[in-house]
Design a binder for this molecule. Structure first.
Ligand code: ZN
Length: 220
C-alpha cells in the first residue's frame, strides 16, 4: 500500500519509475508476486528483484520462527518496537536501492516510509532518512561529482487515511497490494489475516478515508 502509493505520487510528479523489489527472506513470499503486478500496473520502465537474504540472520517475526503479534489495540501498536521489526531492514534496502539508482543513472530513490501511522520502527523516521541522504552524497560517484542521489519520502507526514485516499485518487490497484505480516493461503490466493498490526493500521486508514479496501474482496 505504502510503496505503491509513494511510487504513484512520484510518477504523477513526472518521474520515470524503475521498480525494485527485495527478496529478503520474508515469510510472505507472496509480496514479490504482488510487486511484479504493481510494477506493471504503475508503468515502471524497469523492474528487478534483488535477493538479500536477511532470513539467514533472523531476529524478526517476518524472517524467523517468531509469532506475529495479533489483536493489539492502537495504543499498543504505537508503543515500543515490535518483533515485526527486521534488524536494519531499511538501511539494507536503501543501500541496495542506492546502488540500483546509481547504476541506472536515477536522480532519486523513493521509499514509502511513514512516521505517523506506523509501527514504531526506527528506520522509518525522518532523521534516519536525512542521515541516509548524507551517506548517499558521501559514498557514491554521483555524489562526489556533484549530483547526489536524493531520497524521496512522499508519505513521511501522511496518515494512513491520507495514503489510502491519495492512492485511490491516483488509481493505485490496491487489490494487488499486501500489507499483512501473516497472510493466509486459501485456494491459491493469499488473504490478509485481519489481526496483525499491519492489517489493523491498514483497516483504520481505509475506514477513516471512507473507502473500501479492494484487497479484502467480498469480505469487507
Ligand atoms: Zn495481517
Amino acid at each position: 500500500m505504502d510503496s505503491s502509493t509513494a511510487a504513484a505520487m512520484v510518477r504523477a510528479d513526472g518521474y520515470e519509475l524503475h521498480a525494485l523489489a527485495i527478496a529478503y527472506g520474508q515469510r510472505q513470499g507472496h509480496e514479490l508476486a504482488c510487486a511484479t503486478k504493481l510494477a506493471d500496473a504503475l508503468g515502471a520502465a524497469s523492474f528487478r528483484i534483488v535477493t538479500v537474504d536477511l532470513g539467514a540472520l533472523g531476529g524478526s517475526a517476518l524472517t524467523d520462527e517468531i509469532d506475529v503479534p495479533k489483536d493489539r489495540d492502537h495504543a499498543s501498536i504505537g508503543a515500543g518496537i515490535p518483533v515485526t521489526y527486521v534488524p536494519a531492514r531499511n538501511t539494507v534496502f536503501l543501500a541496495v536501492a542506492l546502488a540500483a539508482a546509481e547504476a541506472c543513472g536515477a536522480e532519486a530513490l523513493v521509499i514509502g516510509v511513514n512516521a505517523l501511522d506506523y509501527s514504531g520502527y526506527p528506520d522509518c523516521r525522518p532523521e534516519f532518512i536525512e542521515a541516509f541522504e548524507r551517506v548517499a552524497a558521501l559514498g557514491t560517484k554521483a555524489g562526489v561529482e556533484g549530483t547526489p542521489i536524493r531520497v524521496l519520502t512522499p508519505l513521511i507526514a501522511m496518515s494512513k487515511a491520507e495514503i489510502a485516499a491519495k492512492g485511490h485518487e491516483l488509481g493505485v490497484p490496491f487489490e494487488h497490494t499486501l500489507s499483512c505480516y501473516d497472510p493466509i493461503e486459501q485456494g491459491g490466493a493469499w488473504l490478509p489475516c485481519g489481526r496483525c498490526d499491519a492489517c489493523a493500521l491498514r483497516a483504520k486508514g481505509f475506514a477513516e478515508a471512507g473507502l473500501m479496501d479492494p484487497a479484502l474482496g467480498g469480505q469487507a
